[in-house]
Ligand binder design. Structure first.
Ligand code: TRP
Length: 439
């Protein structure tokens, strides 16, 4: 008998998977680089018309198939080659987890450093550039933190659905929500916070004419929800068949967006209050913010909470990424969940070595002028996830059969069902393809 989530446990695990580094570290710097509010609008449209339909589609396929990504797609589409989308997800997971765990490791190091005080030793606003660059250039330190995060992830996922992933999310998610709300309240109370609000909510219209902003917004929607890589397909395979798919998907998508916006409210008002340029790139969270924390009253506590939030949110996302290849390997190799998880995590660690060393040992290796970590991120967000998303959308909209799809999603022939199919058949694939071509 396949394991099953409790209802609330599934929602927590789903939001935990969606809300992660993408909502805090990535959202803030991508929004910062792409004009703030304009980016936010396109991002939210992409979430509603492409993201939500895809979450529903993945959950519907998964709950019907009740197996890992490859087996489910093979079973649901015996004649096509749709299982390739499942294979892509399994292989993709190693690379996503590989680079994701590098940044998660940085977050853990900063959290521990903030708590034990070593992070505050530089004591100056401008000292954190050297601090960060020094850290990521060393070979073994980043690898060690990365390994620690992967080990924690493995321990939880090996514990199974209810006693592992669900239990850990039940513990961490309420804590993380409290922290992000507290941080936002603090940041909004600073003098000069309005400029951050302006940036986040008043659009610069010229940004709408730049195709790159659309790609960035759609890439962010995919990454932040964690769609296109069969995560929700796999999580959905443990769903209680009586639980509503559309409702669950809506709650997860709403929770993810609210968390991203709240994280933005924690970061931008503070950044603007201190007159810092928000377009700092991936370094915003690791250079700009610690410098800022070191200067404000109570900043050490705020900083500890912030990096705890970052590391905790990363962890709950890593569970879901690891679950995809683990479920596959356990079936394929007929081995225990524990062995499969350990194997999948080890392969992910290996895949993560190049981006982890991209600032030191492999500093000279660049792809299109970018370091290895940014190249992984780009390849994942702008290529792998949208491609996986198109395949899932096309399978659900065309390959699966209209009746089966609607029935699996619990949508019947309602207006909503038609709109859902329309998004999967046309809107999602066309928008993604257009942007691929435009870039
Ligand atoms: N959504 C998570 C975040 O925002 C990361 C994540 C979880 C993810 N599962 C994923 C990213 C699958 C890509 C694919 O941090």
């Amino acid at each position: 008998m396949r394991e099953q989530w409790t209802r609330s446990g599934f929602l927590l695990a789903g939001i935990g998977s969606a809300a992660g580094l993408g909502n805090i570290w990535r959202f803030s710097y991508v929004a910062g680089e792409n004009g703030g509010a304009a980016f936010l609008i396109i991002y939210l449209l992409a979430v509603i018309f492409i993201g939500l339909p895809l979450v529903i589609a993945e959950l519907a396929i998964g709950s019907k198939g009740r197996n890992d990504a490859v087996a489910t797609l093979r079973h649901e589409a015996p004649t096509g080659h749709w299982y390739i989308a499942g294979g892509l997800s399994v292989v993709g997971a190693f690379f996503i987890l590989g680079f994701y765990s590098v940044i998660a490791g940085w977050a853990l190091k900063y959290f521990v450093g903030a708590a034990d005080g070593s992070l505050w030793a530089p004591q100056q606003l401008n000292a954190y550039h050297a601090y960060f660059e020094g850290f990521i250039a060393r070979p073994f330190e980043p690898l060690g933190w990365q390994l620690l995060m992967l080990t924690l992830t493995t321990a939880v996922v090996a514990g199974g659905i209810r006693h592992g992933i669900e239990a850990a999310n039940r513990l961490l998610m309420p804590l993380l929500c409290l922290i992000v709300i507290g941080l936002a309240a603090y940041s909004l109370s600073l003098d000069g916070a309005e400029k951050g609000l302006d940036f986040l909510f008043t659009p610069d219209w010229s940004a709408f004419t730049r195709p790159a902003v659309y790609m960035a917004a759609i890439g962010q929607a995919f990454f932040s929800l964690g769609i296109g890589m069969a995560i929700f397909l796999t999580y959905g395979s443990y769903l209680d068949p009586k639980q509503s798919i559309t409702k669950s998907a809506s709650i997860i998508v709403l929770g993810d967006s609210l968390l991203a916006i709240t994280a933005g409210l924690a970061i931008f008002p503070a950044v603007f209050a201190f007159g810092i340029d928000p377009a700092q790139g991936p370094e915003l969270a690791f250079i700009t913010l610690p410098g800022l924390f070191s200067q404000i009253p109570g900043g050490r506590l705020i900083g500890t909470l912030f990096f705890g939030l970052l590391a905790g949110a990363a962890l709950t996302s890593m569970f879901s990424i690891l679950e995809v290849p683990s479920a596959y390997l356990a079936r394929r190799l007929s081995c225990s969940r524990r062995k499969a998880t350990l194997l999948a995590a080890s392969l992910s660690f290996i895949a993560g070595i190049p981006p982890a060393l991209g600032f030191g040992v492999f500093e000279q290796v660049t792809i299109g002028g970018q370091n290895l970590l940014d190249s992984y991120d780009d390849a994942v967000s702008h290529l792998l996830l949208p491609t996986g998303g198109i395949l899932i959308a096309l399978f659900t909209g065309w390959g699966w059969g209209k009746r089966r799809a609607l029935e699996a999603a619990g949508l019947d022939n309602s207006k909503l069902g038609e709109l859902w199919l329309l998004c999967l058949q046309y809107i999602g694939p066309l928008v993604i393809l257009t942007i691929f071509i435009a870039l």
